[in-house]
Design a binder for this molecule. Structure first.
Ligand code: A2P
Length: 327
């Protein structure tokens, strides 16, 4: 299995990165330090995660000390859902770059196909039903045009999207000068999205899998939004555990290897040094065809990160996720 994937613009992206959602500043500084020590070079962040400044501090320390060169790093960040408008693209990436203390990022993604409305004081706008309001005038092609300019300006090497459906990717492909190089979506054994992934790969759009281990931390957000859900534990699936035992590996390592074997990039999140190391240590074993078939047969179309905590977004015409759960 290759340690890098090649994007449509010939840039190389490490096939495993560290996901950084749901971690405090202290946790993230230690985690990024441990991740760099363990050999991670690909870091996935976003303004929404609130940790770009903390990540920037660690990167600066490593770069200033000469422990790493900028070109060895692969940094991904995103245009947040509240800024998904053409005129906000350039100032928003510049804010991220300032926070990350970098001159450029390697990949800039439109975080979501929908736009969340905010009040002048920065709070979320609620509609008459008390649901989060979304801006229905969002025009993805117009935002994309501004994303393309960032490449010419040298603010990012590559541009892409996140949480886009096949139809949304297709629409951009037909209306662009620079095709999206990446679509970052939820992907794991319980939400395989074969159709979307096949379409992206057939069109040279590299797919990145978020929540590759089932994102247990999302329970916290659901609880905050008053949603009661039993999230599945992917690392406790008997088939996954059996395959792990057979190879002397952990269930997490099996879940990651299954993803990257298909050329999909995986960004498991961990703030624990031992688990970070473990999640990168997946290149010394091979899943048999029979094991891959068993894992592929697990698909249940269960979306863990279904954005239900963003009440109201499912009513946006651009929003194509189907909630797997009801309140
Ligand atoms: P922690 O940060 O304490 O390691 P995902 O990447 O799908 O969002 O999943 C992240 C969740 O999985 C976090 O709760 C993380 O906890 C946990 N996790 C990450 N790596 C492992 C691992 N190798 N074994 C068990 N749990 C893990």
């Amino acid at each position: 299995c290759n340690k890098f994937v090649t994007l449509s613009n010939d840039e190389k992206m490490p096939i495993i990165g560290i996901g950084t959602w749901q971690a405090s500043d202290e946790e993230i500084e230690t985690a990024i330090d441990s991740a760099l020590e363990a050999g991670y070079r690909h870091i996935d962040t976003a303004p929404v995660y609130g940790n770009e400044q903390a990540i920037g501090r660690v990167l600066k320390r490593w770069l200033d000390a000469g422990k790493i060169k900028r070109e060895e790093l692969y940094i991904v960040t995103k245009l947040p859902p509240i800024s998904n408008r053409p005129h906000e693209v350039e100032p928003t990436i510049k804010k991220s770059l300032a926070d990350l203390q970098l001159d450029y990022v390697d990949m800039y993604l439109i975080h979501t196909p929908f736009t969340i409305c905010i009040n002048p004081d920065g709070s979320f706008k609620m509609d008459e039903e008390g649901l989060m309001e979304v801006d229905k005038s969002t025009n993805l092609a117009a935002t994309w045009l501004e994303m393309e300019k960032l490449v010419a300006q040298g603010l990012t090497k590559s541009i892409g999207v996140s949480n886009f459906s096949k139809e949304q990717v297709e629409r951009l492909l037909k209306n662009c000068k620079i095709p999206p190089a990446n679509n970052q979506v939820e992907h794991h054994v319980y939400l395989q999205q074969r159709d979307l992934i096949d379409f992206c790969q057939a069109n040279n759009v590299v797919v990145t899998a978020y929540s590759p281990l089932g994102s247990k931390g999302i329970a916290k957000f659901n609880a905050q939004a008053g949603l009661k859900r039993d999230l599945p534990d992917l690392m406790d699936i008997p088939e996954v555990k059996d395959i792990a035992v057979a190879h002397g590996k952990t269930p997490a390592q099996v879940l990651i290897r299954w993803i990257i074997d298909t050329g999909v990039v995986a960004i498991p999140k961990s703030t624990n040094a031992a688990r970070l190391k473990q999640n990168l240590d997946v290149f010394d074993f091979q899943l048999s065809a029979d094991e891959v078939a068993k894992l592929c047969a697990l698909d249940k179309n269960i979306r863990i990160c279904d954005f239900a905590f963003f009440h109201g977004v499912e009513r946006h015409p651009e929003f194509t996720f189907k909630n797997q759960y009801t309140n």
